[in-house]
Structures are given as structure tokens and as C-alpha cells.
Write a protein that binds this ligand. Structure first.
Ligand SMILES: Cc1cc2nc3c(=O)[nH]c(=O)nc-3n(C[C@H](O)[C@H](O)[C@H](O)COP(=O)(O)O)c2cc1C
Length: 149
């Protein structure tokens, strides 16, 4: 089955663990995966399926390790019309800018022609001590959409 590239943006490691967990679940479902923590544009296949997982820091800011990719997407405007993607945000509702980073990533991917599959997940760590659990539930419906897309 298709290869899925998982891309994580994380400051403290939580989003990385979620990415690795989802990669494991995708492999169990028969997909092959590659997981990249804070990749640059040149590390990514510019077609196929991406799953982007990012927490938010500062006030709605991107984690430092994914900021360079975001800047490249904004400055270089690569043609991503061959990319379909899913988006998982991890954040805390105590901030007005809840899940701001994944919203920025979604916007720049869409602006460059990538097509989003399904609706992004916004995981509130105040409600979920273990963000892998709601992420896994979201992944189940995302896989169904992938099969039918
Ligand atoms: C200094 C700081 C600022 C944060 N700012 C936001 C924010 O603006 N929006 C949000 O949704 N979550 C915010 N968070 C919550 C983090 O996204 C959350 O703790 C997340 O689990 C961290 O994931 P990570 O381990 O991948 O870095 C902030 C956390 C810290 C410590």
C-alpha cells in the first residue's frame, strides 16, 4: 500500500511521540511510512501522502524544528498539487492561540496546492493526558477517507 510521510513539529517531544505512534498504527494497517522530525523541504517527496503533526509554542508559534520548513513553503512556493495530507495539532486550550501552529501549516500547504484529506485533529492536552489516544481514534477515520479518496 501507499507510502505515508509523517512530519512532526515539536519542542518538548510530545508531538514526536504521537507521530511515531501513528506511524506504527499505519504500518499495522498495511501502509509503509517514513517519519521525519522537523524536516526541510528537500527531505520530502513532493507528491504522495503526508501526515503533519505539530504542537504549538510561544503564542500560536511553530515549534523551532518545523519553522524552517514553514519558511521554505512560504518563500519558495513549491508546487504541492500532487500532495494529499492530514493534519494533527496538539495544544492547550488555556491559550487563545489553541493549535495555532497546525493551522498555519495547513494554510501554507493548501496555499501551495496540497489537498487536505478530512478535517484536522485538534488535541487539547488539558483533556487528554495521553494525546496518542485521541490521535489514534482520529487516524481510524482518516484511514477510511484515504481509502475512499
Ligand atoms: C511556553 C509554552 C507556550 C505554549 N503556547 C501554546 C499555544 O499558543 N497554543 C497551544 O495550543 N498550545 C500551547 N502550548 C501547549 C503545548 O503545545 C503543549 O504543551 C504540547 O503538548 C507540547 O508539545 P511538544 O512536547 O510536542 O512540544 C504552549 C506550551 C508552552 C510550554
Amino acid at each position: 500500500m501507499a507510502e505515508i510521510t509523517l512530519i512532526s513539529g515539536s519542542t518538548l517531544g510530545g508531538a514526536e511521540y504521537v507521530a511515531e505512534h501513528l506511524a506504527e498504527k499505519l504500518e499495522e494497517a498495511g501502509y509503509t511510512t517514513e517519519t521525519l522530525h522537523g524536516p526541510l523541504l528537500e527531505d520530502l517527496p513532493q507528491e504522495g501522502i503526508w501526515l503533519v503533526i505539530s504542537s504549538t509554542h510561544g503564542a500560536g508559534d511553530l515549534p523551532d524544528n518545523i519553522q524552517p520548513l514553514y519558511d521554505q513553503l512560504q518563500e519558495q512556493n513549491p508546487d504541492l498539487s500532487g500532495v494529499r495530507f492530514g493534519a494533527v495539532g496538539i495544544g492547550s486550550r488555556e491559550y487563545d492561540t489553541f493549535c495555532g501552529a497546525i493551522e498555519k501549516l495547513e494554510a501554507v500547504l493548501t496555499a501551495n496546492g496540497a489537498k487536505e484529506i478530512g478535517e484536522m485533529a485538534r488535541i487539547n492536552i488539558l483533556e487528554h493526558d495521553i494525546p496518542e489516544d485521541p490521535a489514534e481514534i482520529w487516524l481510524g477515520s482518516w484511514i477510511n477517507l484515504l481509502k475512499n479518496a
